[in-house]
Design a protein around this ligand. Structure first.
Ligand code: NAP
Length: 352
């Protein structure tokens, strides 16, 4: 367990959520609680005055569409802490508090000489949010480095430990999304434990990472070199939310059956396709959006980014409705052209 702080619970009324979402959408919450320890979450769960309130758990706000004001209680997970917990069966078990910034935590593990998370460098958001959608990039998913997590049941105040099987991870998916625990504010992740291999192998199978390492003349990369390559590729292709507000990839890559993939490939030979272990085929959503004419195109104050069509950007003063309208237009055009349904990756938090 990471050390638990016992600070007074910070609860604000009529709080501005604009600084807490990377799309910079304006919204207010009737109440906002800054959760800085597992105890804070337990105390809040036991508070009779707050029973029955609509709740939402907020991490880094980097995978969120705020669609109006929230008439309820937002719990912002800000629990800090990082520690080596154990070494067992060829792995290091490393724990981090839910409020740790994901990228800073990854860089810290590398500085300690504990590789394994380098392909996930520069992903926005917090440690606690990472398991919710099983973050992944450049050929690595969080599930592959996951040990367990601790969550507080905000109804009963109980502390629960979920192992790999209990998290039911899938492609950008977990039990938290499947059961709506996160969206409905049922569970707050307080701590995540990672399983980092003692015997490390570089994972450079994604062309962008391999290309970046080759361009730097690195044939046998260290974990730091892989991290630096990933960071360089991401900085080239993805907008910095502090400069151009966005929520990363806006749509999931669709996974279709083999027959659908074959007929799409016959009609569109350039469509990137990646065979999955279960026989289905993953398509690149960014390619579909670009082919449907949306790369660099705007609708009102929002648009699909010119260097990466999968990223929806706020070009200024957008509201949740603008995001919804653009997402629907892109979905409609991709469906009409390819017969493929695009599913948004971010969570929509709607007006009560
Ligand atoms: P990319 O390299 O241009 O490739 C397009 C898509 O094809 C990716 O989404 C990726 O799927 C898939 N792909 C590429 N090479 C693959 C391979 N060797 N094996 C299997 N699938 C392959 O993609 P990108 O948009 O620049 O993104 C690079 C990586 O960062 C991807 O893994 C992407 O998921 C991740 N990323 C995630 C977010 C987010 O917000 N969730 C934002 C930006 C980037 P996968 O997505 O399944 O890897």
């Amino acid at each position: 367990m990471l050390p638990a702080s016992s600070t007074p619970l910070m609860l604000r009324h009529d709080a501005d959520l604009t600084p807490f979402n990377t799309l910079a959408l304006p919204a207010r919450a009737r109440m906002l609680a800054h959760i800085r320890s597992a105890d804070d979450a337990r105390r809040l769960a036991g508070d009779a005055a707050l029973r029955g309130e609509r709740r939402f758990v907020l991490g880094g706000g980097s995978n969120l569409v705020l669609d109006g004001d929230f008439d309820g209680l937002v719990l912002k997970a800000e629990i800090a802490g990082r520690a080596l917990v154990a070494e067992e069966d060829g792995y290091r078990v490393v724990a981090a508090g839910a409020g740790e910034i994901w990228h800073d935590f990854v860089q810290w593990t590398l500085t300690q000489g504990w590789p394994g998370l380098e392909n996930l460098s520069l992903i926005p958001g917090t440690v606690g949010a990472a398991p919710i959608q099983n973050i992944g990039a450049y050929g690595l998913e969080l599930a592959e480095r996951f040990h367990s997590l601790t969550a507080i049941d905000l109804g009963s105040g109980e502390t629960k430990t979920l192992d790999l099987a209990a998290c039911r991870f899938g492609y950008r998916d977990s039990v938290f999304k499947q059961e709506g625990w996160h969206r409905d504010g049922r569970m707050l992740v307080s701590e995540v434990r990672f399983r980092l291999p003692l015997r490390w192998q570089p994972n450079t199978r994604y062309a962008d990472v391999a290309g970046e390492l080759a361009a730097r003349g690195i044939a046998e990369p260290t974990p730091r070199a892989v991290a630096d390559a990933v960071i360089a590729v991401r900085q080239r292709k993805l907008p910095d939310p502090a400069v151009l507000p966005n929520a990363g990839s806006f749509f999931q890559n669709p996974v279709v059956d083999a027959a659908t993939a074959a007929s799409l490939a016959a009609a569109h030979p350039a469509l990137p396709r990646y065979a999955q272990a279960d026989g289905r085929v993953k398509l690149a959503a960014g390619w579909l959006i670009e082919a449907a004419g949306w790369k660099g195109r705007s609708l009102g104050p929002v648009g699909m980014y010119e260097k990466q069509a999968l990223v929806l950007v706020n070009r200024g003063a957008a509201r949740g409705g603008d995001v919804r309208a653009l997402a629907a237009a892109v979905q409609a055009d991709v469906a009409a052209r390819f017969g493929v349904t695009l599913v948004p990756e971010p969570i929509y938090l709607c007006v009560a």
